[in-house]
Design a protein around this ligand. Structure first.
Ligand code: ZN
Length: 269
């Protein structure tokens, strides 16, 4: 009975707050890698995005001397769609959109800045030494806290910038779900061991290529740390899947299995 009531309430809420067709289409036009996705997946992605916008705040942040950015419905949708892409596969796995959204339960807001902003988080190196970095960044993802994004970096789009910043920052959120920021998403023990071995081999190979000054097709920033390799490779997995499948086929398969999506065919696994 309660389930039925909750379901009805959620359906009404989703209908009431549905993203208007014109705004949805405008966002999709700016995300051409979604063109190949099945209509069935796109319908679920739209529901997830709607629920994301009901449950999460997308608010304006300002840095010193900068005026506040007006967060428009288009900005909110662009962020919601790309964030929800990371949890879309779960819906095929028997979960409802609300269940899938529970991966995003431990935080409330996305803060959007009019440009790069000063890095707020300290950085702990491999020796446990904490550094305060005095750098401007385009994105940040806090454990148990908000995701921070520079709007111009989001707007540039993957085709133009080779970066899908929203996917990158939300990939960090997924990585953090098991309590460790280590480039390995939450997985049962046996699968985790396999994922770990495969990502470490790919990361090692990638770092060697960057060290050898190879002009890599994947952003060399991915060689900074294994968690950055994971976040950058998630961008490539969704926005340019053929590239990752050719560069690191075994790792591509691991990501496919984890996300439960075939981004080349645009279908659920
Ligand atoms: Zn990162």
């Amino acid at each position: 009975m309660f389930d039925w009531l909750t379901k009805r309430r959620r359906e009404r809420s989703l209908a009431k707050h549905a993203i208007p067709d014109e705004q949805w289409q405008r966002a999709l036009n700016e995300l051409p890698f979604l063109e190949r996705y099945d209509p069935e997946l796109m319908a679920k992605l739209r529901e997830l995005s709607t629920l994301f916008l009901i449950e999460k705040g997308v608010v304006s942040g300002a840095t010193d001397g900068e005026s506040m950015l007006e967060v428009t419905p288009h900005m909110r949708i662009m962020i919601a769609v790309q964030a929800c892409l990371l949890i879309l596969g779960q819906v095929a796995d028997g979960k409802t959109v609300a269940d899938a959204m529970s991966d995003f339960d431990d935080w409330e807001n996305v803060v959007v800045y009019p440009g790069e902003f000063p890095q707020t988080q300290d950085f702990e190196d491999e020796y446990g030494v904490v550094h305060k970095l005095d750098e401007a960044v385009a994105g940040e993802s806090w454990e148990g806290g908000p995701v921070l994004l520079s709007w111009p970096a989001v707007e540039a789009g993957y085709e133009e910038s080779g970066m899908a910043l929203v996917i990158h920052e939300f990939a960090h959120k997924i990585d953090m779900l098991d309590g460790q920021i280590d480039g390995i998403p939450p997985l049962p023990a046996a699968e985790r061991a396999e994922f770990k071995a495969v990502i470490e081999a790919a990361f090692e190979d990638f770092c060697a290529r960057v060290d050898a000054d190879e002009d890599t097709l994947i952003d060399p920033y991915a060689s900074e740390m294994i968690e950055e390799f994971f976040a950058v490779s998630c961008e490539v997995f969704f926005a340019e899947p053929e590239l990752l499948s050719v560069e690191y086929p075994a790792y591509f398969s691991q990501l496919r299995a984890f996300f439960k999506i075939d981004p080349v065919a645009g279908t659920w696994l």
